[in-house]
Write a protein that binds this ligand. Structure first.
Ligand SMILES: *[C@@H]1O[C@H](CO)[C@@H](O)[C@H](O)[C@H]1NC(C)=O
Ligand SMILES: *[C@@H]1O[C@H](CO)[C@@H](O)[C@H](O)[C@H]1NC(C)=O
Ligand SMILES: *[C@@H]1O[C@H](CO)[C@@H](O)[C@H](O)[C@H]1NC(C)=O
Ligand SMILES: *[C@@H]1O[C@H](CO)[C@@H](O)[C@H](O)[C@H]1NC(C)=O
Ligand SMILES: *[C@@H]1O[C@H](CO)[C@@H](O)[C@H](O)[C@H]1NC(C)=O
Ligand SMILES: *[C@@H]1O[C@H](CO)[C@@H](O)[C@H](O)[C@H]1NC(C)=O
Ligand SMILES: *[C@@H]1O[C@H](CO)[C@@H](O)[C@H](O)[C@H]1NC(C)=O
Ligand SMILES: *[C@@H]1O[C@H](CO)[C@@H](O)[C@H](O)[C@H]1NC(C)=O
Ligand SMILES: *[C@@H]1O[C@H](CO)[C@@H](O)[C@H](O)[C@H]1NC(C)=O
Ligand SMILES: *[C@@H]1O[C@H](CO)[C@@H](O)[C@H](O)[C@H]1NC(C)=O
Ligand SMILES: *[C@@H]1O[C@H](CO)[C@@H](O)[C@H](O)[C@H]1NC(C)=O
Ligand SMILES: *[C@@H]1O[C@H](CO)[C@@H](O)[C@H](O)[C@H]1NC(C)=O
Length: 544
C-alpha cells in the first residue's frame, strides 16, 4: 500500500516534471535564441520583418524544429542592411540560410561545422569577404549561391571538399581568382549539376577531372583576369550530361571537341575565344541543340549549316572560314586544313589563313601560279605530327618544318612527292626511321662517293644526317633531320666517341652520342646500298 502510494506520488512528480520540461521546450533553444537576437541587432532591428515576439521560433521567415532549434532563416528580398553576427555557426541545426537580394555587408562569418546546412543563398549582397574555412564540415550542403558580392579576392577553398553532396555551386561575379579546382570533378562531387562561375578572375584550364561528370550547366564565361580561362576544351566531350555550356569571353583555343556524346546539349556559347579548326559535324548534327554562339573565334573550313531549330550567333567575317556562306572550300584549302589538323590547328595559321585561296599570301605557303611549291613552317612553335597529307601537294619542292616541337615519324607519303628537293625536319621531337626517298640514294650515295663531311650539329638528343653541301644538282632530296631522335633507340652507347665541336672527324650524332663516320662506314659496308637509312639495316648494324 505504502509502496503503491509511493509509486503514485512518483508518477505525479514525474508528470509535473515532464510538463515543466515540455514548457521549457516550447521556448526557443537558448543558444539559438541568443544568436537570433544578435542577428536581429546586427541587421539594425528591421521593423518590417515581423521579428517582435520574444521567441525567435515565432518570428516570420524563421522555422524551428520540434525541439525548438532554428532550422530555417528565410529573409531574402527584404531590403535588409547591416551585418551578420560572427557566431551564426552556433545555429548547429540550421538547414537553410537565405539572405539573398539584400544589402547586407561586412565579412561573412565562418559557418564551420554547420553539418545540417543544405541550402545557402547569399547572392546579391555587399559581403566583403568569405573565410577560408567557410565550408568546413558542411557535410549536408546541396546548394550554394553567393553570386554578386564584392568579396575581396578569394579562391574556391579546400574546405568545400567537405561538401561533397553539393548539387549547385553558383558564384558568378564573386571575385574568385585562381584555378577551377580539380576536386570539383565527379570523383569527389558525384552529384554536382550546376556549376556557375562566370565573371570572375579565374585562370587556367577546365580541369581534366571533369571527364565523366554529371554537370548539366557549366558557366565560366567572362573571366576578367588578364590570363582568363585558356587551353583546349577536350574534356567537354566526356561531360555527356551537359545541357548548357557557356565558355564565351575567355582565351580558350584549339579545335572544338567531338560533341556526339552530348545528347542533351541545348545551349553552347563559345563566342569571343580563339577556337581554331572547323565546326565539327558532331555539333552541327546535334538534335538537341537550340542555341549556339560562335562569333569572334578563329574557326576554319566551311560555314556550318545548322538546323532551323537552332539560333545561330556567328557573325560573318569574325572567324577564319573559307566562305561567308555554307559551301565547300577549295580542295587546296581542305588539304592544308587536314595538314593543320595533325598539328591541332595552330593558332598562328588560323589567324592568317583567311579566305578560299592558299596562294593569296597565306602564312608559310609559297606558290607558283596555283601550285604550292614551298611550305615553310620553320620555328612556329608547332606541336603534333607531320601529316601524311603533305604527300598530296604534288607540286611541293621544299618542305621546311625545322625548329618546332613536332613528334611522331616522318611519313612514308613524303617519298612520293615528285618535285621535292628539300625536306628539313631538324630540331623536332621525331623518332623512327627516315623513309626511303626514291632518289634518296643520290644524296646518300653521294656522301659515299664524294666522301662529303658530315657536320656536327649541337643539339641534345640529336641524330644528324646533315650534309654540309647538298648535291650539286637537284635530283636528290636534301634531308635534314638534326635534333630529332630518329632511330636513336637503336644506337648502342658503346660506340660513343667524344669529339670537339670543330673536329674534322666526320661525325654522326645520336642521342648524347657521337659516332664517327668511320664506325658508321664499317658497320654499313662502306654505306652499301642495302644499308641506306630508312631501310633498317644500318641501325641493326650499329647495334651489333
Ligand atoms: C553571439 O554573439 C552575440 C554578440 O554578437 C552574443 O550576444 C550572443 O550571446 C552570442 N551567442 C552565442 C551562442 O555565442
Ligand atoms: C559557438 O560556436 C563557437 C565556434 O564554433 C564555439 O567555440 C562555441 O563554443 C559555441 N558556443 C556555444 C554556446 O555553443
Ligand atoms: C547598401 O549599403 C551601403 C552601405 O553598406 C550603402 O552605402 C548603400 O546605399 C546601400 N544601398 C542600398 C540600395 O540600400
Ligand atoms: C539547384 O539549382 C536548380 C536550378 O537553379 C534548382 O532548381 C534546384 O532547386 C537547386 N537545388 C537545390 C538543392 O537547391
Ligand atoms: C577583387 O579582387 C581583386 C584582386 O584579384 C582586387 O584587386 C579587388 O579589389 C577585388 N574586388 C573587391 C570588390 O574587393
Ligand atoms: C573536412 O575536411 C577535412 C580536411 O579538409 C577533413 O579532415 C575532415 O574529415 C572533413 N570533414 C568532413 C565532415 O568531411
Ligand atoms: C574521355 O574519357 C575516356 C574514357 O574514360 C578517356 O580515355 C579519355 O582520356 C577522356 N578524354 C578527355 C579529353 O577527357
Ligand atoms: C547567343 O546567341 C543567341 C541567339 O542568337 C543570343 O540570343 C544570345 O544573346 C547569345 N549569347 C551571347 C552570350 O552572346
Ligand atoms: C601547276 O601544276 C600543274 C600540274 O602539276 C602543271 O600542269 C602546271 O604547269 C603548273 N603550273 C605552274 C604555274 O607551275
Ligand atoms: C617543346 O616542348 C618542350 C616540352 O615538351 C618545351 O620545354 C619546349 O619549350 C618546347 N619547344 C618549343 C620550341 O615549343
Ligand atoms: C636547286 O636547288 C636550289 C636550292 O634548293 C635552288 O636555289 C636552285 O635554283 C635549284 N637549281 C635548279 C637547277 O633547279
Ligand atoms: C670499304 O672501303 C675501303 C676503301 O675505301 C676498303 O679498304 C674496305 O675493304 C671496304 N670495306 C668493305 C666492307 O667493303
Amino acid at each position: 500500500m505504502k509502496t503503491h502510494l509511493g509509486f503514485k506520488l512518483l508518477a505525479i512528480f514525474l508528470a509535473g516534471f515532464s510538463s515543466i520540461f515540455t514548457f521549457g521546450e516550447s521556448q526557443t533553444n537558448p543558444i539559438d535564441a541568443s544568436v537570433m537576437l544578435a542577428l536581429k541587432r546586427s541587421l539594425n532591428q528591421p521593423e518590417d520583418l515581423g521579428w517582435s515576439d520574444p521567441e525567435p521560433c515565432n518570428w516570420m521567415h524563421v522555422v524551428c524544429s520540434e525541439d525548438k532549434r532554428v532550422t530555417r532563416i528565410q529573409i531574402g528580398h527584404q531590403n535588409l542592411q547591416g551585418t551578420i553576427p560572427l557566431n551564426l555557426s552556433n545555429l548547429t541545426e540550421l538547414e537553410r540560410l537565405e539572405l539573398q537580394w539584400n544589402n547586407i555587408s561586412g565579412p561573412l562569418p565562418s559557418l564551420n561545422g554547420l553539418s545540417s546546412l543544405q541550402v545557402l543563398m547569399l547572392s546579391n549582397n555587399q559581403f566583403s569577404s568569405i573565410p577560408i574555412d567557410f565550408f568546413t564540415g558542411m557535410s549536408s550542403l546541396q546548394s550554394v549561391e553567393i553570386d554578386n558580392n564584392p568579396f575581396s579576392a578569394w579562391q574556391i577553398p579546400e574546405s568545400l571538399r567537405n561538401a561533397s553532396t553539393l548539387q549547385n555551386f553558383s558564384a558568378n561575379s564573386a571575385n574568385l581568382s585562381g584555378k577551377i579546382p580539380e576536386f570539383l570533378g565527379p570523383d569527389e562531387f558525384p552529384g554536382l549539376i550546376n556549376l556557375h562561375l562566370a565573371f570572375n578572375n579565374l585562370e587556367g584550364e577546365l580541369p581534366s577531372s571533369f571527364s565523366g561528370s554529371q554537370i548539366e550547366s557549366l558557366w565560366v564565361n567572362g573571366q576578367k583576369s588578364d590570363a582568363k580561362l585558356s587551353g583546349r576544351i577536350d574534356v567537354i566531350q566526356n561531360m555527356t550530361f551537359l545541357k548548357e555550356v557557356w565558355l564565351h569571353s575567355n582565351a580558350f583555343l584549339g579545335p572544338l571537341p567531338d560533341f556526339s556524346g552530348l545528347k542533351g546539349l541545348e545551349s553552347l556559347s563559345l563566342r569571343d575565344n580563339s577556337f581554331t579548326g572547323p565546326v565539327p559535324m558532331s555539333l552541327v548534327n546535334l538534335g538537341s541543340l537550340r542555341v549556339v554562339n560562335l562569333t569572334n573565334n578563329l574557326l576554319q573550313g566551311p560555314m556550318p549549316k545548322f538546323s532551323n531549330l537552332v539560333a545561330v550567333d556567328m557573325t560573318k567575317d569574325t572567324n577564319s572560314l573559307c566562305l561567308p556562306e555554307p559551301g565547300d572550300c577549295d580542295p587546296s584549302v581542305n588539304l592544308l586544313l587536314s595538314i593543320a589538323k595533325s598539328m591541332d590547328y595552330p593558332t598562328k595559321f588560323a589567324e592568317n589563313w583567311k579566305g578560299n585561296d592558299p596562294c593569296a599570301d597565306w602564312f608559310g605557303i609559297t606558290c607558283n601560279g596555283v601550285n604550292i611549291t614551298i611550305v615553310n613552317f620553320q620555328k612556329m612553335g608547332l606541336t603534333g605530327m607531320i601529316s601524311p597529307k603533305f604527300g598530296s601537294i604534288k607540286s611541293l619542292q621544299r618542305l621546311v618544318l625545322a625548329d618546332n616541337n613536332l613528334t611522331g615519324t616522318i611519313p612514308e607519303e613524303l617519298t612520293t612527292l615528285p618535285a621535292l628537293t628539300e625536306l628539313d625536319v631538324s630540331n623536332n621531337q621525331l623518332y623512327g626511321k627516315v623513309p626511303a626517298f626514291k632518289n634518296n640514294c643520290h644524296s646518300f650515295c653521294m656522301y659515299k662517293s664524294k666522301q662529303k663531311r658530315f657536320s656536327r650539329v649541337q643539339s641534345p638528343n640529336a641524330m644528324v644526317i646533315h650534309p654540309r653541301h647538298s648535291g650539286s644538282h637537284n635530283e636528290s632530296v636534301k634531308i635534314t633531320v638534326a635534333g630529332s631522335s630518329v632511330n636513336v633507340g637503336a644506337v648502342s652507347e658503346t660506340r660513343t666517341i667524344p669529339s670537339s665541336e670543330n673536329s674534322d672527324i666526320q661525325m654522326v650524332e645520336a642521342g648524347n652520342m657521337v659516332i664517327s663516320i668511320q664506325v658508321l662506314k664499317s658497320v654499313t659496308n662502306n654505306f652499301s646500298e642495302e644499308n641506306i637509312l630508312g631501310q633498317g639495316r644500318l641501325w641493326d648494324g650499329l647495334q651489333r
